[in-house]
Design a protein around this ligand. Structure first.
Ligand SMILES: Cc1cc2nc3c(=O)[nH]c(=O)nc-3n(C[C@H](O)[C@H](O)[C@H](O)COP(=O)(O)OP(=O)(O)OC[C@H]3O[C@@H](n4cnc5c(N)ncnc54)[C@H](O)[C@@H]3O)c2cc1C
Length: 491
């Protein structure tokens, strides 16, 4: 039995503590702040469970034999990597790339960890078996995982241990024979209302003496003591699907997580008391590369969607044949194709880590740097193409129900390509994508989800093949020398 949407929604009714607008939420799957996003997440599982999609979206778990999502597949060749990508791409298409932390993101992260079991084994047999067993547990249940791996902003000029409160940053405050106890905060738990469990870890470097912050643990979102402090729900403030088609469906939510003495058993602890392993778990094995490869697949789909939106905006406004507008659209098309090319390129030039096939990290990090810079420009271009069209809109669908206003909408909303309803529908969607609170949060997301641009540029520096680049320069320079000076004439 492949996991479907209703099974997923059922699994979310677990008594977790989500706080929003001053209240503790009783059942978030029914709450107006979260229910549509929950339904969108469920629709991903419904899609994979449809008989015609089974082969594309799922594979047989090596342990249970049951079919589970391809997000758990561990490719051993380029062909398998591409096969897995096609499944991830299909999921991203269902949400137009608008679910940043869809289930395949953290599944990719812990798949990368599983590929790197050798690293954990070198550190501790217990921690390695925790990774191995948890991966198989999550895969065989097709769990939706999310993560919190960043310390909350407070004083960024100081390290985790130097903050005003020892447990501002989540740390291990106690441990015993059963496991560890975590106290403190992490930012930002995206998709917590949609997910089953959260990966808690530290990706920001820690120094010797900061061992209490150097843990990685898997925590069910209903764990005792775990408080999910939601940001404002955009979904709840959406007037209707027609007015806010993206906000109303894909507001995946972000939350500060507070661990108020949360106990985690040892078999769910991957890293403990080890600042070196806390870093190496990301960059010494395929973890970081694998999770961010998923991001580029999703972003590729999102750019295709925005490109389509740009074309429809131009056609709807009758500007699509102006040479300058065609050039603008050509630029967007080229940028979208560049990202597609980088995804295909990082796959084609991938490498083996042990028996597993992993995308080329230098190309991946280059794509991350460039797409963080590209996204703000891309959405600005959509704004430029739209002009006031995204603002010159009826206040809500209710305007259509008033015959007098509806008549004026018909008189004022005109287009060479569609009727007045079609025009309003398109520009409401465009505003939702790039201008609404939801769209604005997406801009922030694409700029920061994997760290500030200085961080991703650091990864591009670290993984660049400098020897090849510098070798070309040295090779050329070795072909010539300073000409010998003419011997001076002695008179
Ligand atoms: C919408 C959204 C969703 C997110 N979802 C998740 C999630 O699901 N899980 C998760 O773990 N995290 C998540 N994050 C957090 C994300 O990983 C961080 O935002 C990112 O790592 C950057 O950290 P920061 O926000 O603390 O910014 P900072 O690191 O504080 O950087 C902000 C700015 O401060 C300046 N700055 C900071 N440090 C330095 C320095 N050393 N030198 C020079 N300048 C500096 C730079 O201008 C930088 O751009 C999310 C973030 C957003 C915006």
């Amino acid at each position: 039995m492949v996991k479907d949407g209703s099974k997923h929604i059922q699994s979310l009714r677990d008594g977790r503590q989500i706080f929003i607008d001053g209240r503790l939420v009783a059942d978030h799957t029914e709450h107006p702040a979260f229910r549509n996003a929950v339904a969108s997440a469920a629709s991903l599982f419904d899609y994979q469970a449809q008989p015609q999609n089974l082969e594309k979206m799922t594979f047989a778990s090596p342990t249970s034999g049951e079919r589970v999502s391809r997000m758990w597949q561990l490719p051993t060749s380029l062909a398998e990597l591409v096969e897995r990508r096609r499944a991830l791409e299909s999921w991203a298409e269902l949400t137009c790339g608008m679910l940043g932390r869809s289930p395949d993101h953290v599944a990719s992260c812990i798949s990368g960890m599983y590929m790197g079991l050798d690293l954990f084994e070198r550190h501790s047999a217990q921690r390695a078996s925790a990774v191995r067993e948890y991966f198989e547990y999550a895969r065989d249940r097709d769990l939706y995982l999310t993560y919190v791996i960043i310390s909350p902003q407070a004083d960024r000029g100081k390290d985790a241990s130097q903050q005003s409160d020892e447990y501002l940053v989540a740390g291990v405050c106690d441990e015993d024979r059963e496991g560890i106890t975590i106290r403190g905060a992490k930012m930002l738990g995206t998709s917590c209302p949609l997910a089953n469990e959260v990966f808690v870890g530290a990706i920001q470097p820690l120094k010797p003496g900061e061992e209490k912050y150097s843990f990685t643990a898997m925590v069910p979102l209903n764990a005792k003591g775990l408080k999910i402090l939601s940001r404002k729900s955009f979904e709840e403030h959406a007037v209707s699907q027609f007015d806010s088609p993206l906000t109303s469906a894909f507001d995946e939510n972000d939350a500060v997580l507070y661990f108020d003495e949360v106990k985690v058993p040892w078999e769910r602890v991957f890293v403990h008391d080890d600042v070196q392993l806390a870093q190496a778990q990301w960059h010494g094995i395929p973890t970081h590369a694998y999770q961010n490869y998923q991001c580029q697949i999703r972003l590729m789909v999102k750019l295709r969607f925005l490109l389509g939106l740009a074309k429809k905006i131009a056609d709807t406004n009758g500007i699509g044949n102006f040479p300058q507008v065609r050039e603008t659209l050509g630029q967007l098309a080229a940028e979208t194709a560049m990202v597609e090319g980088m995804v295909v390129g990082m796959e084609a030039s991938g490498y083996h880590y042990g028996k597993y096939f992993v995308p080329n990290t230098a190309l991946l990090y280059s794509a991350m740097v460039l797409t963080q810079q590209l996204y703000p420009r891309f959405v600005t271009t959509l704004r430029e193409l739209s002009g006031g069209g995204m603002i010159m809109l009826p206040s809500s669908i209710d305007d259509f129900t008033n015959p007098e206003i509806a008549r004026y909408i018909g008189l004022t909303q005109r287009s060479p390509a569609t009727d007045s309803v079609g025009r309003v529908k398109l520009f409401k969607l465009a505003w939702d994508a790039v201008g609404s609170e939801f769209g604005s949060r997406h801009l922030q997301y694409e700029m920061f989800y994997a760290g500030a641009n200085m961080v991703t540029r650091g990864h591009a520096f670290r993984t660049c093949d400098w020897a090849r680049a510098v070798g070309l320069v040295d090779n050329l320079m070795s072909r010539y020398e300073l000409p010998q000076a003419e011997p001076q004439k002695i008179t």
